[in-house]
Design a protein around this ligand. Structure first.
Ligand SMILES: C[S@@+](CC[C@H](N)C(=O)[O-])C[C@H]1O[C@@H](n2cnc3c(N)ncnc32)[C@H](O)[C@@H]1O
Length: 339
């Protein structure tokens, strides 16, 4: 079995859902050339053309693939600009943190943007979901987190009894503004991919909605509704423009740590203020970072199991925001210099 093979059990959400959806609808996928008209009787591991390795139902892996371990079919499935994912219920320790992202979809991004064994960074790792996703995808991960209690949870979640061959995950307590010295102190000079989600400005500190809102429910259960009161917590910056500049500075450090040709994915939302105004945070950030990185995609993650809140009725249009943007950037210094 080739090195890049992994079992069906490793499949996570985007690939699985897209494959089933396409099959059910009979929708077309344009397959890369070696995967069209495969000869009969192929066995997993057989050669297909000059560069292909037959991977059964998964399709054909090209030995010229420099980005990931996926077949052409899997590659194409991932490129759709939106997907639906309803995160599973959180475990007790995970509930303590006000806003974690689901590991399943993070593992899919990691599988697309890295090869097995490569190094993934999350400069604001919270409860360590990125590192759990690295475990799922058999990649090494390094996360930085400012707040001690989230560091403790991240370490607990990633230092459980190690399965044989599972990669090591590293949680560093510190400020993402000091990213480069923190990485260097742990012998890391370069990472292959970064996936992360920042505090959405100071929105967790602004109560939104009625007594049934998530924030009120968390408060009533004695759970934290915001990350911290730490002065360096990016979620505590009052001025919006200053907040965008502060994020830019952190992602500029990520740029320095990222290998040339590597990708950065940031999961964000446009922000709705308590009085119902929309602040185009995702777009402002995409524009700002496009001066440094090349913006490649704004993959939309939609959730369709969330309660629809009754916000402005009967006088004002206020939207229920049930989608995120997974902004994908590339470090492509030569191209950026040309533009
Ligand atoms: C949206 S949360 C990340 C959640 C994470 N993706 C998870 O699944 O648990 C943003 C995190 O950034 C952290 N943070 C804020 N400012 C930071 C800074 N200057 N350096 C490092 N982490 C910071 C917060 O404490 C919070 O845990």
């Amino acid at each position: 079995m080739p090195e890049h093979a992994y079992s069906e059990g490793d499949w996570a959400t985007i690939f699985k859902v897209e494959r089933v959806r396409k099959k059910a609808r009979g929708a077309e996928i344009e397959l890369p050339e070696p995967e069209k008209n495969l000869r009969k009787g192929l066995k997993v591991g057989d050669s297909v053309g000059d560069y292909g390795v037959y991977m059964g139902d998964r399709g054909v892996y090209s030995t010229r693939n420099i980005l990931n371990d996926l077949t052409g079919k899997e590659w194409v499935l991932f490129t759709k600009s939106w997907f639906i994912h309803n995160p599973p219920a959180r475990k007790e320790t995970e509930k303590l943190h006000p806003a974690k992202f689901p590991e399943g979809i993070i593992a899919d991004f990691i599988r697309f943007f890295t090869k097995k064994g490569q190094l993934v960074l999350d400069p604001m790792v919270g409860t360590g979901s990125t590192l759990v996703a690295c475990d799922m995808a058999m990649r090494r991960g390094v996360g930085v987190e400012l707040i001690h209690k989230w560091v403790t949870i991240a370490r607990e979640r990633t230092t459980h009894v190690r399965l044989k061959d599972k990669p090591e995950q590293l949680v560093i307590e510190g400020d993402a503004n000091n990213l480069l010295p923190l990485l260097t102190a742990h012998g890391i000079s370069q990472v292959d991919f970064c996936i992360t989600s920042p505090p959405y400005w100071n929105m967790l500190k602004k109560s939104r909605g009625h007594v049934n809102s998530e924030s009120h429910k968390r408060e009533a259960s004695g759970l934290e509704v915001y990350y911290s009161d730490h002065p360096n917590d990016l979620g505590n910056i009052e001025d919006y423009d200053e907040y965008i500049e502060a994020l830019y500075r952190v992602y500029a450090k990520v740029y320095e740590a990222l290998r040339e040709g590597g990708y950065l994915t940031i999961i964000v939302q446009n922000i709705r203020t308590p009085d119902g105004e929309m602040i185009p945070f995702a777009w402002d950030l995409a524009r700002k970072l496009s001066t440094l990185y090349v913006l490649k995609q704004e993959k939309i993650w939609a959730q369709d199991n969330k309660m629809l809140g009754c916000w402005g009725y009967p006088s004002e249009y206020v939207s229920n925001v049930h989608h995120h943007y997974c902004l994908v950037f590339k470090k492509d210094t030569a191209r950026r210099k040309r533009i």
